[in-house]
Design a protein around this ligand. Structure first.
Ligand code: CO
Length: 189
């Protein structure tokens, strides 16, 4: 049997994952699914590596697996752009949000060229697994806490548009409608 014949006979689930990730844009329904926990294995490590590659290419400081079409509880982020500040959180849970609310302009790779001022607590305590399967509980603050809370929203199917004030929503209305139109056109093909 040729490799091609084997591939043809293999069930869909056995197909290797395509790690050439593209960013899924609003209103793709994959962004609305609640993501599922994953095992720590070679595939999860490969997904994390490919997510970092995608994030850097897209000039982002954080990326959640649903944004690359996977309903898996995986986040990658880097608040500074320095390689030593890469942080991957697998199966994260925000245990506690602390401190006063802060306001910051947020963007999102799934909403290109859109920004909105979003209110979030200053700090958060997160439990997560690293790529060796070691469980951590850490408190984050400032910009990192901001990124984590934004990306964590993605795992719950919550998006930037849901957190916009009415003013920001109306300011971004044309952009949001353009994304919906574009998505509808791709569905028609
Ligand atoms: Co986002």
């Amino acid at each position: 049997m040729t490799d091609q014949a084997r591939a043809d006979q293999a069930p869909a689930a056995a197909q290797p994952l395509d790690l050439e990730f593209v960013v899924h844009l609003y209103p793709d329904p994959v962004l609305r699914r609640r993501a599922r926990e994953v095992p720590i294995d070679d595939e999860t490590r490969a997904v994390v590596k490919a997510m970092f590659t995608r994030m850097v290419k897209s000039d982002g400081c954080g990326l959640a697996a649903p944004q690359v079409g996977l309903d898996r509880r995986i986040l990658v982020l880097n608040p500074t752009g320095k390689p030593e500040d890469d942080l991957a959180l697998v199966n994260p849970t925000i245990k506690e949000r602390k401190g006063g609310d802060t306001l910051m302009d947020e963007g999102c790779l799934s909403f290109p060229r859109m920004y909105a001022e979003i209110k979030r607590p200053e700090r958060c305590v997160v439990e997560y697994l690293d790529l060796d399967g070691v469980k951590h509980e850490r408190e984050f603050d400032g910009f990192v806490a901001r990124i984590i809370q934004h990306e964590y929203d993605h795992l719950e199917g919550v998006l930037l548009v849901d957190r916009m004030t009415p003013v920001d929503k109306s300011r971004n209305r044309a952009g949001l409608e353009a994304l919906v139109d574009k998505w509808k056109r791709t569905q028609g093909r």
